[in-house]
Design a protein around this ligand. Structure first.
Ligand SMILES: [Mn+2]
Length: 358
């Protein structure tokens, strides 16, 4: 059930009109089933998009099953492997969304339905990837990462996939598949939070992002409240990481573009964003974490528009060549693995050099 990949042109029907809604997707497939156990997985260190989409999906499953057999008891659990990011946890707390950060092998083996949401790589389900693969449950992947496009998608063989890498968030996909009569206010608020988080507060919204957002607003969510919800003062440690990175910053020019790098042991994503805020066209933050190198890349929208360099594509191809984990989106991506940080940064910069005019 892979979504077709060309961007719908203005005025063309949304790609989602070709898919069934969650009502059909999650309708019960067996008659007279007494109970259904659903597990919804996010990527590790889950962000607001992953968690809020997972919540929406858990609601859709409950309603769709009740619609097809009101006697079937649904239990569902949202699992953020290795926990949630700070903002992810905060949004869940404020909206009252429950999740756990661990699950037993038995629960995975006993599940009837497993949904992976916003999981760009199978490895991001660790330490549960093996149990999930082995489980006999019906499995679905709902995601918007480039790395899960057909030619790259490895390991998701036993999954039905709903992947749209033109979508700015998994919440946008989720909202687009949500039957209007299933949508309550709490779900709408959650989905708008994830949608706004991943679309940079609608800054990179497309026509379908806005259509999805409008549906959520009509169901009771609000843009101003959601902005407030997503605003969190960074922790002191994050601020220190950003300032240290500024002290260590190095930059080089490739043609008219500034490529900025800095080494920092944590908060690489936040630091990479800071490097772009300082004026870099590409910001790269790298560091060692528990024996593995992590590199986050960010670029400005303008850099992507004028160069067509898609950071998610770039890092996923380097990751495949070097046996690392990597990928992401056009202007935000990361790569990690057991490799020397500065060497990998040089490899990435070398690759950028071949793509940019001097
Ligand atoms: Mn996402």
């Amino acid at each position: 059930m892979t979504v077709r990949e060309e961007k719908p042109r203005f005025g063309e029907k949304s790609i989602y009109s070709q898919l069934k809604s969650f009502k059909e997707i999650f309708a019960l497939r067996e008659n007279q089933k007494l109970r259904l156990s659903a597990l919804i997985f996010t990527h590790r260190q889950a962000d607001p998009d992953a968690l809020c989409a997972a919540y929406g999906i858990s609601r859709a499953i409950k309603k769709a099953v009740a619609d097809s057999d009101s006697n079937c008891l649904v239990t569902s659990k949202i699992i953020a492997p290795q926990g949630a990011s700070m903002l992810g946890a905060l949004v869940c707390k404020k909206l009252g969304l429950d999740f756990v950060d661990s699950v037993t092998s038995e629960e995975i083996a006993d599940a009837d339905l497993i949904v992976a949401t916003d999981v760009g790589e199978l490895a991001l389900l660790e330490p549960y990837a093996i149990d999930v693969i082995a489980s006999q449950a019906r499995k679905l992947l709902i995601d918007h990462h480039h790395s899960n496009k057909e030619e790259h998608a490895n390991g998701w063989t036993h999954f039905e996939t709903i992947v749209d890498d033109n979508s700015t968030s998994t919440c946008e996909i989720t909202a687009s598949l949500f039957p209007a009569d299933y949508l309550d206010e709490k779900t709408a608020k959650a989905l708008l939070a994830g949608l706004m988080f991943d679309s940079q507060h609608l800054g990179i919204a497309t026509e379908s992002t806005l259509v999805a957002a409008l549906g959520l607003i009509r169901a009771g969510a609000r843009i101003d409240e959601t902005k407030e919800l997503l605003r969190s003062k960074p922790e002191r440690s994050e601020v220190i990481a950003r300032m240290k990175s500024a002290q260590r910053l190095k930059y080089e020019e490739i043609g008219k573009y500034f490529i900025v790098r800095s080494e920092v042991s944590s908060f690489q994503a936040s630091v990479a964003r800071t490097l772009v805020d300082l004026g870099g066209d590409v910001g790269m933050a790298y560091g060692d974490h528990e024996g593995e190198t992590r590199i986050s890349l960010r670029s400005s929208q303008q850099f992507f528009r004028t160069t067509k360099v898609d950071l998610g594509e770039l890092l996923s191809s380097i990751a495949i060549e070097m046996g690392l984990i990597g990928g992401g989106h056009s202007t935000a991506a990361s790569i990690s693995g057991k490799v020397d940080g500065p060497v990998l940064v040089d490899t990435i910069v070398g690759r950028l050099r071949t793509r940019l005019p001097d």
